[in-house]
Design a protein around this ligand. Structure first.
Ligand SMILES: Cc1cc2nc3c(=O)[nH]c(=O)nc-3n(C[C@H](O)[C@H](O)[C@H](O)COP(=O)(O)OP(=O)(O)OC[C@H]3O[C@@H](n4cnc5c(N)ncnc54)[C@H](O)[C@@H]3O)c2cc1C
Length: 504
């Protein structure tokens, strides 16, 4: 049993921001399921949104966020987080993040879809990596932050007095195959997203909805789980990771075609390939469903080879690694799960409905994104809410209580041992069909029944063994999937990212 002032689960941008912003006299545990750099934050390409230009205003950023969110953003939250943009960027710069700068050494601002102004601060096309590299270097200089890599959080421990909330958490130490108890009055869940609930995702392997699973089993309220963003164009080749093929290709004239060469976007939207992400993603899904395809082609072969080499060196190289030459071939692409707008319901400080339990970043739902996320607002949310939570925790001392029980085996009674790997794949296919880009009430109902059956059948192994990680992840995925399906069933109307083909 180890005692800490604060336990943070997740070493992406949200978790690391809190760890670095807490006072150095607090003893902090920072858990990561794998090594530190395996997180979505490290993969972010575009950048982070903030109002920094004289031509821009907070009101315009608020309005762009609200329009993207299709009327479901929490107005006060949007105002609050957008206003934190400049201070969040100052903080990142003070931590040594090497953002791209213009000739006058000012932060270079680029523009992305949905933004009415140039307000995306970036580091070339690998912004997340530059941010996380600098922050992880800062962490190494903080003796009060004890880093636990390969430590998989399992569940929260209840305090003996039910009203006192939680008293810490249990984790699976994957290096030593044993259980560890982290005792603390404050637990922060910053475990990232849930992309691996679907068969295709841009997310790293750690994105298995662990924070949602853990928080929901502790009784925390959830919000907006039905709103899942799919990136329209991720590489779709058997055996290759679904890495993002940037929207910039479509911006530079790439066409979307069926494998027989027919261009289809003009039939779906007047803006054709330049329509917003969710419209392009649904159009591709429609084409794939109607014509029985497993991908469509993104074709920029009509541009000069030299132009492609100069503008898209990373995409060119990564596709060549898988035998596709972008200069000569259409790139096989399909939509892939990218971002969860919903999550554990929190305020802008990260407080959940369970005392002592906080959620941040993609695991949380502050209400900023509403029914659809505006590009580059998620990294901003990680920093703004992470700093706000650190400020709150620095002021709110709570004494450490011994947990009621630290016996994970109690929760892990052995039932029929279903094949976790097989069920995981079946769950992904089920979620693609029932809770993907297009949804139908009766399909959702059937999916809900199947997921509950798997939940009943899933047992955890009696001993700490190799298969424990896949079973723990599957348990979180099933718990989150059940909540997503329920949320999608409850929202009968189509709105933002949630499209009911049987709805109103
Ligand atoms: C390819 C890609 C490009 C993107 N581009 C942008 C962009 O340009 N701008 C933007 O704003 N957003 C972008 N996003 C979204 C953004 O990157 C994420 O929403 C954000 O980084 C999430 O940060 P996080 O700290 O919440 O989670 P993550 O960065 O994913 O970190 C999650 C952490 O939780 C840990 N973890 C998970 N489960 C457990 C467990 N059970 N026990 C212990 N640890 C656990 C992981 O090991 C990891 O350390 C992009 C996302 C992707 C995938």
């Amino acid at each position: 049993m180890m005692h800490y002032d604060v336990v943070i689960v997740g070493a992406g941008l949200a978790g690391v921001t809190v760890a670095l912003s807490l006072p150095p006299q607090l003893r902090i545990a920072l858990l990561a399921k794998d090594q530190l750099d395996l997180c979505a934050s490290d993969r972010a390409q575009g950048g982070i949104a903030a109002v920094l230009s004289a031509d821009d205003s907070l009101a315009q950023h608020v309005q762009d966020t609200r329009v993207a969110g299709a009327g479901l953003c929490d107005e006060a939250v949007v105002q609050h987080i957008v206003a934190q943009g400049p201070a969040s960027l100052d903080w990142l710069c003070s931590q040594g993040v090497a953002f791209s700068r213009d000739a006058q050494q000012r932060l270079h601002l680029t523009r992305e879809g949905g933004h009415s102004q140039r307000r995306i601060v970036h580091a070339g096309d690998a912004s997340g990596h530059a941010i996380m590299k600098a922050l992880h270097a800062q962490l190494r200089q903080r003796p009060n932050v004890i880093i636990h890599e390969h430590m998989l959080a399992i569940d929260l421990c209840a305090a003996p007095d039910a009203d006192a909330g939680i008293a810490g958490l249990l984790a699976f130490d994957q290096k030593h195959f044993c259980q560890k108890a982290f005792v603390s009055p404050h637990v922060v869940l910053a475990t990232g997203g849930l992309g691996h609930l679907y068969s295709k995702t841009s997310n790293p392997a750690c994105a298995t909805a662990d924070g949602i699973g853990i928080a929901s089993r502790a009784g925390a309220a959830m919000r907006h789980l039905e709103f899942i963003q799919f990136h329209p164009t991720c590489l779709a080749l058997p055996g290759a990771p679904a890495f993002l093929i940037s929207e910039a290709l479509r911006g530079e004239g790439a066409f979307l075609r069926r494998p027989d060469g027919t261009r289809f976007m003009p039939a779906h939207d007047a803006r054709a390939e330049l329509a917003p992400r969710d419209i392009v993603a649904r159009a591709i899904a429609h084409e794939m469903q109607t014509h029985g395809l497993d991908h469509v082609l993104l074709d920029i072969t009509h541009r000069d080879a030299a132009f492609i080499e100069a503008h898209f060196p990373m995409i060119l190289q990564r596709c060549l690694d898988y035998g596709v030459d972008v200069r000569r071939d259409g790139i096989p692409v399909a939509p892939a799960a990218h971002y969860s707008c919903g999550g554990v319901a929190t305020d802008t400080v990260g407080r959940s409905s369970v005392p002592g339990l906080y959620a941040l970043g993609e695991t949380a739902c502050t209400g900023l994104h509403g029914a659809n996320r505006l590009a580059s607002n998620s990294l901003l949310e990680c920093v703004a809410t992470g700093r706000a939570l650190a400020n709150h925790l620095a002021k709110s001392a709570r004494s450490v209580t011994a947990p009621k029980s630290t016996d994970a085996a109690a929760a892990a009674e052995v039932r029929a041992q279903i094949d976790a790997q097989a069920v995981r794949m079946q769950l992904q296919t089920l979620m693609d069909t029932a809770a993907g880009l297009l949804r139908h009430g009766s399909t959702l109902e059937r999916a809900g029944r199947q997921i509950r059956q798997w939940q009943d059948q899933l047992g955890l192994p009696a001993r700490w063994a190799d298969s424990l990680r896949e079973r723990l992840e599957l348990r979180n995925m099933l718990d989150a999937a059940a909540l997503i399906v329920d949320a999608a069933l409850l929202r009968r109307e189509s709105c933002g990212l949630h499209q009911r083909i049987d709805g109103t």
